[in-house]
Design a protein. Structure first.
Length: 463
């Protein structure tokens, strides 16, 4: 059945097939139907209370919108590309169900402020839900840090053994990254919490509407102060995409660590069967596929952010049809972020650590070297560069003779250093290394305990 457009009175010919295919957004914006129904109900209530339409007309519209919503939820609505979007489908079906009153719903509004309102509502709902998921991830990281408060771990720079640290310190390094992401998500929520409804096409409505009232009906705390800005602005989506990109990059780095640490060469981490997969040809394989997939999602999310920015670059004011594309990027990034947060939490729910393998690599990587140099500085007053040279001799000797630093005898050290300096007994013990670190935020066990307490405090007011 041929569907007439909202503007068919101005045109004498129908749109071509390709024009309809390019114009339609119903294939993806149908997911906004709940938000569109809610915004339409708020608008109808406001129209009725402001006497722009009669109370009975408003009630009829509200009743009809409930019927339309039920049809969509039950899969009974047929979608047609000729009607382009979810807004037109709902309004057309409303008019079919309740008659002429349905045509009054669009009084004082445009699809421009309508779609902006819908996407604000959708993003608010999803961002608030993701906030709860991110809190769960943060609590899981804290639980792991508490379980491994004194466990020895390897710190790396340039993917080379650097210094001994505590496993809890390494875990907390990711906690704070995701904790900052939570702050950024709160900013996204705050900035999205404003209503474009009532801006109409771009200059405002020709009726005595009450934008504040309609915003209150929808739960918005405030409105956009400028109608042109309200329909053109996509800052709220850019804010979310930047949050999504930053979170994805943090997740990608954590996944990369876990992927490396789970390899046979490292052997630091084991991820459980629930978050790994096998090989179709190699029976022995246990692949970290979920972590790899989460790592890969960062590229997809960055692509969505880039696409939105390029779409917005150089657009004239105010609403332009290019903006229809924004929902494609937004919907996809929302799905990917949810999978990243939930996937990481699940990985951390099925993870175990192997400190023995860590210690073996610390020994092989001469991880005590900096501690020895600092000991020479503190005990004998050497300049650090001079102490650095002395310790380098020890490392070179160990490499040539297949030894670790802790295997060196006093006689070997005396020979290499010409009897000038000696070492305290505990300086070569890996487990004592973190205890020598000083300053706030260090891997010193006492500092890590303080850090853990501050991490808990940072979440107390967020539940």
């Amino acid at each position: 059945m041929k569907q007439e457009t909202l503007w068919s009175g101005r045109f004498t010919e129908s749109a071509s097939n390709i024009a309809q295919r390019i114009s339609e957004s119903i294939s993806y914006d149908r997911y906004l139907f709940e938000q569109d129904i809610a915004a339409s109900k708020a608008h109808a209530r406001m129209l009725g209370e402001q006497k722009i339409i009669t109370p009975s007309q408003a009630e009829n519209i509200l009743r009809g919108l409930d019927l339309v919503a039920e049809e969509i939820r039950n899969g009974k609505m047929e979608f047609h590309i000729e009607l382009e979007d979810i807004h037109t489908h709902i309004e057309r079906r409303l008019t079919e169900l309740i008659g002429e009153d349905g045509k009054r719903l669009h009084t004082g509004r445009s699809r421009n402020d309508q779609v902006a309102t819908d996407t604000h509502l959708y993003l608010l709902e999803k961002a608030r839900a993701q906030r709860e998921l991110l809190l769960q991830l943060l609590h899981r990281l804290l639980a792991l840090a508490e379980q491994h408060l004194t466990t020895l771990w390897a710190g790396y720079t340039h993917t080379q053994i650097a210094q001994p640290v505590l496993l809890s310190h390494w875990i907390l390094s990711y906690f704070w990254q995701f904790r900052r992401d939570l702050d950024l998500l709160d900013f996204v929520i705050t900035e999205t919490d404003r209503s474009p409804l009532g801006a109409a096409a771009m200059g405002g409505a020709n009726y005595p509407i009450d934008r504040d009232q309609a915003a209150a009906f929808l739960g918005f705390s405030r409105i956009y102060e400028n109608s042109m800005d309200a329909v053109a602005n996509r800052d709220y989506q850019m804010n979310y995409h930047f949050f999504a990109v930053r979170l994805a990059l943090h997740a990608s780095r954590l996944c990369e660590d876990l992927i490396l640490y789970s390899s046979a060469e490292f052997g630091y981490v084991k991820m459980g069967d629930a978050v790994t997969t096998g090989s179709s040809i190699m029976p022995q394989k246990k692949n970290p596929d979920i972590a790899e997939l989460l790592r890969g999602k960062s590229g997809r999310i960055i692509g969505n952010f880039n696409a939105l920015m390029i779409n917005l670059k150089g657009l004239p004011s105010t609403y332009n049809r290019d903006l229809q594309e924004d929902k494609v990027y937004l919907f996809d990034s929302i799905v990917q972020v949810e999978q990243i947060i939930c996937g990481l939490t699940e990985i951390l729910n099925h993870i175990s650590f192997s400190p023995r393998n860590v210690k073996e690599n610390l020994e092989r990587g001469f991880a005590q070297a900096t501690d020895i140099a600092d000991y020479l500085v503190a005990t004998y007053g050497l300049a650090f560069r001079e102490a650095h040279e002395y310790v380098a001799r020890l490392v070179l000797y160990c490499e040539r003779h297949g030894k670790t630093l802790s295997m060196l005898t006093k006689e070997e050290i005396d020979k290499l250093w010409e009897g000038k300096y000696s070492l305290a007994a505990d300086i070569l013990i890996l487990e004592s290394s973190p205890m020598r670190r000083q300053g706030k935020g260090s891997t010193n066990p006492n500092e890590v305990k303080k850090q853990l307490g501050k991490a808990h405090e940072s979440l107390q007011d967020l539940l």
